[in-house]
Write a protein that binds this ligand. Structure first.
Ligand SMILES: NC(=O)c1ccc[n+]([C@@H]2O[C@H](COP(=O)([O-])OP(=O)(O)OC[C@H]3O[C@@H](n4cnc5c(N)ncnc54)[C@H](O)[C@@H]3O)[C@@H](O)[C@H]2O)c1
Length: 253
């Protein structure tokens, strides 16, 4: 049995992950952490300030985090203190926050960090990398759309796309939306849509003269992210301390 604590258990993603853990035969939902105390699937939900109490009493194998960047950094530090492996899906981290989490787990625990746990998106990133290797002289635009409640923009998934493009075509200026008179240069245009209940859509458009290639991914239900997080939960126990991505789990490296 893999014992799991979920931070952000009362939220959209954390709630979905907690339910799938509760329904899985090989996992136990040992408890949750959120802003307010409560109960979920027969397990306690602790307020953030009491995370150490929860981790020392429940002794989980894995801590899942779908909260907000500042909270996630503290939750990862707490997990490392207690020898619990973090699986982090929260997005919107600064470079300094990512570094802080890396330092916290260094030599202590294995952590899986992914701005998108969907298997399809991880294959999509792989295809974007392949396309960028061959189409480096094409104009590139990145588009993403999400529901009205998403706070960070562009999405973590879009930022990962930009990191992949930077690595393959060289660092180019990013232009977030276009307005007014301007010449198209070497920039990568980034376009963000927020509205309704869109679960998550990403496209990368490579345009040359007389042709274009568009790679895109659409998520229809947030359970695809939660199911990917469950793959990470099953994979991480017993791994060597260090930082891992879904690409490690899916053998895409
Ligand atoms: N990696 C992925 O596959 C993936 C997929 C979807 C969303 N996300 C990301 O997951 C995060 C959460 O998204 P969501 O849609 O579930 O948001 P949400 O607002 O529905 O849920 C966040 C939950 O975290 C709780 N929370 C906030 N601060 C906290 C703190 N200090 N301590 C404990 N709990 C705290 C909130 O009360 C809420 O219940 C976002 O960063 C989002 O971008 C990642």
């Amino acid at each position: 049995m893999i014992k799991v604590v979920v931070c952000g258990a009362m939220g959209r993603m954390g709630g979905t992950v907690a339910r799938l853990i509760h329904e899985a035969h090989d996992m136990e939902f040992a408890g949750g952490v959120d802003l307010k105390e409560g109960n979920l699937h027969g397990a306690p939900v602790f307020a953030t300030a009491r995370i150490d109490t929860l981790l020392s009493s429940m002794k989980p194998d894995v801590l899942v985090d779908f909260t907000a960047p500042t909270a996630a950094v503290e939750n990862v530090k707490a997990a490392a203190r207690h020898g619990v492996a973090p699986v982090v899906g929260t997005t919107g981290f600064s470079a300094a926050q990512k570094e802080e989490m890396k330092r916290a787990i260094d030599g202590k625990v294995a952590m899986v960090l992914s701005s998108n746990f969907s298997v399809g998106v991880n294959i999509f990133w792989f295809l974007v990398r392949e396309a960028a290797r061959k189409l480096g002289d094409y104009d590139i635009e990145v588009m993403e759309a999400h529901h009205r409640n998403k706070k960070d923009a562009p999405s973590g998934t879009a930022k990962t796309i930009l990191e992949i493009l930077d690595a393959e075509v060289g660092s180019r200026p990013k232009l977030y939306g276009r307005e007014g008179m301007m010449e198209r240069g070497k920039e990568i245009g980034v376009h963000v849509i927020r509205g309704g209940d869109i679960v998550g859509e990403h496209s990368v458009l490579f345009t040359g003269n007389f042709e274009s290639i568009e790679l895109s991914h659409r998520a229809y239900d947030r359970s695809v992210f939660a199911m990917g997080a469950l793959r990470a939960i099953r994979w991480v126990p017993g791994r060597k301390p260090g930082l891992y991505a879904m690409a490690d789990i899916l053998n895409l490296k």
